[in-house]
Design a protein around this ligand. Structure first.
Ligand SMILES: Cc1cc2nc3c(=O)[nH]c(=O)nc-3n(C[C@H](O)[C@H](O)[C@H](O)COP(=O)(O)OP(=O)(O)OC[C@H]3O[C@@H](n4cnc5c(N)ncnc54)[C@H](O)[C@@H]3O)c2cc1C
Length: 477
């Protein structure tokens, strides 16, 4: 990195441009501002949050999330970022998950009093959604995932293949592995590398009750980031919206970056590119040539994306008292009761959001077909929905919601905090954080980029939040 220029400047004078106002860019920007750099965050849209954001939908005259986002107690970097910007109090936490079968029969999975990793066992044994054979298969799978270290960390196995070889019943596959795990990783079973599934099982179900606690925003997603702008401004920084970066050039003579954005030209000592891989691919031809660019291009070319769709429904009456539920054996997967989860909404209607993960078939349906299917299925789970009137509807389709984690993908995730160019660092959920496509992966990448930048200034800053310690017997596993 450009050490000549660094030596001549005081630390407070050094300027950073962070490109991308998603969780990765925001977490990097806030950490760097705390380290004393002057940070400008440059975002192409008119609001913050990227793929985890909310916006005003004129069709329904409501602010809606692009999709419900869930986080977990083990998301330590995301929580550290929320803490930094004062958003942690806006998360609603729960330790239980209700599974509903068509017809309405419910099973509740959640943490009990036994020490980890047994804390979820009593509720699994009591769950009517699973047969005895399903429960036995699941318990054997969890214990095999805990025990078989090297095999599980081999990135050549897919989850689907492993399940077939480990005697999983159809019920366990359909109602647990496909619906809970594949849906959390947002891909089909055969397109998920085993270590990622093992990580989810370990973090969410086995390590501790706290690690598996599920959090949901109690405000529309973009409101979570309201504190970030003030945080940056108070430290001499700024947020620039509607300022998509069109090109960037490195000036070797004065050791600085010059950027062309839709809001004008900018210059800085450091650049953090916190972009999804598709946006980085678009920017690559407008970046200076450098050794390593071709490798980055190859890495990007190996990435795939998976869709997530949501049907937002406003009813004239409440259709359930549940905050959220997993819906079994149908196309729709998750129900989130937004009227309960986001109580600040000033609307008389009862708002629920239905989420359909990893379904390219659903994403390909026409608008009315998708809505009709979702409403018809919802009525199978909640009798009250049959008599209720749908007052308004919104359909959101995020075709590029998440990147896939198929076997072998780790060789093609670039390291966060590095890049082919001088004084430039990559961040973004798809960089090599060890996490699947999640807000935690984005926040980790942001913190790793901030750490690398501080290290380049000769400063040791531990921005990466440590993982939660396993509890109970898991401490000895
Ligand atoms: C529908 C859906 C549901 C999801 N559900 C969950 C969930 O439940 N839990 C979970 O943890 N994760 C979930 N995710 C994944 C999560 O949203 C992402 O992993 C995370 O938000 C990625 O953050 P990021 O900062 O890496 O990228 P992004 O959020 O994509 O941010 C990149 C930003 O860069 C901006 N940008 C692009 N090009 C330019 C340019 N040239 N100049 C300036 N700015 C630019 C974009 O507008 C964007 O704001 C979901 C994602 C989607 C889409």
């Amino acid at each position: 990195m450009g050490a000549r220029r660094l030596a001549a400047m005081t630390k407070a004078e050094q300027q950073v441009i962070v490109v991308g106002g998603g969780v990765a860019g925001l977490s990097a920007a806030c950490a760097l501002a705390e380290a004393g750099l002057r940070v400008r965050l440059v975002e192409q849209r008119g609001y913050l949050g990227g793929r985890a954001s909310s916006y005003w939908h004129p069709g329904v005259e409501e602010t809606i999330d692009n999709c419900q986002h869930a986080l977990f107690g083990c998301c330590t970097n995301l929580l550290a970022f929320y803490h930094r910007i004062g958003a942690e109090g806006k998360i609603h936490w729960t330790r239980a998950m209700t599974m509903i079968e068509p017809g309405g029969r419910r099973s509740r999975l959640g943490a009990g009093r036994l020490p980890a990793p047994m804390h979820g066992l009593p509720s699994l044994l009591a769950a009517r959604a699973f047969t005895l054979a399903d429960k036995w298969a699941l318990m054997r799978a969890f214990s095999a995932l805990l025990r078989s270290g090297a095999k599980v960390s081999s990135t050549e196995w897919s989850l689907g293949e492993w399940l077939r070889r480990n005697g999983q019943t159809q019920g366990a596959i359909d109602r647990f592995w496909r619906l809970v795990i594949a849906s959390a990783l947002n891909a089909e079973l055969d397109a998920i590398a085993l270590p990622y599934a093992a990580k989810v099982i370990r973090e969410l179900l086995l390590n501790s009750a706290g690690a598996g606690a599920m959090g949901m925003s109690a405000v529309p997603l973009s409101e979570l980031y309201a504190g970030a702008e003030g945080y940056l401004r108070a430290r001499g920084g700024a947020v620039m919206l509607n300022a998509g970066v069109e090109s960037a050039a490195w000036n070797e003579a004065d050791g600085a970056w010059r950027l062309h954005t839709r809001a004008g030209a900018l210059a800085a000592d450091f650049l953090v590119l916190a972009l999804p891989f598709e946006a980085l691919a678009k920017l690559l031809p407008q970046m200076p040539p450098a050794e390593g660019v071709e490798r980055l291009r190859e890495q990007i070319a190996r990435q795939t994306h998976w869709p997530i769709c949501s049907v937002h429904l406003w009813f004239d009456r409440a259709i359930t008292d549940l905050e959220h539920a997993v819906l079994l054996d149908r196309t729709i997967h998750w129900l989130y009761n937004k009227s309960l989860l986001q109580p600040g909404r000033a609307t008389g209607s009862h708002y629920v959001e239905l989420v359909i993960s990893a379904s390219r078939e659903f994403a390909a349906l026409g608008r009315q077909q998708a809505i009709d299917l979702a409403v018809a299925e919802l009525k199978e789970f909640f009798p009250a929905a049959r008599a209720a009137r749908v007052e308004k509807v919104a359909l959101t389709k995020e075709v590029r919601a998440t990147f896939g984690v198929p076997p072998g993908i780790d060789a093609f995730r670039p390291e966060p905090g590095r890049s082919p160019w001088p004084n430039c660092l990559l961040a973004g959920d798809w960089t090599a954080t060890g996490w699947p496509s999640t807000m935690e992966s984005a926040a980790r990448s942001g913190h790793l980029a901030a750490e690398a930048l501080c290290a380049a200034r000769g400063e040791r800053r531990g921005w990466l939040a440590p993982d939660l310690r396993p509890a109970g017997w898991m401490r000895f596993v």
